[in-house]
Design a protein around this ligand. Structure first.
Ligand SMILES: [Zn+2]
Length: 134
């Protein structure tokens, strides 16, 4: 079972829109099944480099482009992330909770590519300025 019905997309403290949970989610719980277009490695590289597409996931078998999916594309990077992505089957992955998540918390993952850390503006890195503006 997916917790999709308990998620909502709204303004994020991190960047643009984000995904928030309405309920408490326990560490390890499956949150959202991530599906998308299955693409080749060369197509993946092309989309990442030409289109800046950061929503392509590798599930051990295939590259899955989730950029046209309604929810997952709104997940933001946070160095102090609370979710991670694990393999499911050939064509999908799971977003799961990497720690307990409270209602109204924003879901986040570690995007895991070098550029993101160079000038990171995540909640964790920006804790000071975020605290002032709330
Ligand atoms: Zn950060």
């Amino acid at each position: 079972m997916s917790l999709e019905n308990f998620l909502q997309v709204s303004d994020s403290g991190i960047h643009g829109f984000g995904i928030f949970t309405n309920i408490f989610i326990k560490e390890g719980e499956k949150i959202l099944l991530i599906k998308g277009e299955v693409i080749s490695e060369s197509e993946c590289i092309k989309r990442e480099e030409n289109d800046g597409n950061v929503y392509i996931f590798w599930n051990g078998d295939n590259y899955i482009d989730a950029s046209n999916e309604p929810i997952i594309k709104f997940i933001n990077h946070d160095c102090n992330y609370n979710c991670e992505i694990i393999d499911n089957d050939e064509n999908s992955l799971w977003l799961i909770a990497s720690r307990n998540i409270n209602p109204c918390e924003e879901l986040s993952i570690d995007y895991g590519y070098d550029e993101i850390y160079e000038s990171c503006t995540c909640l964790y890195c920006n804790a000071e300025s975020i605290r002032k503006s709330v």
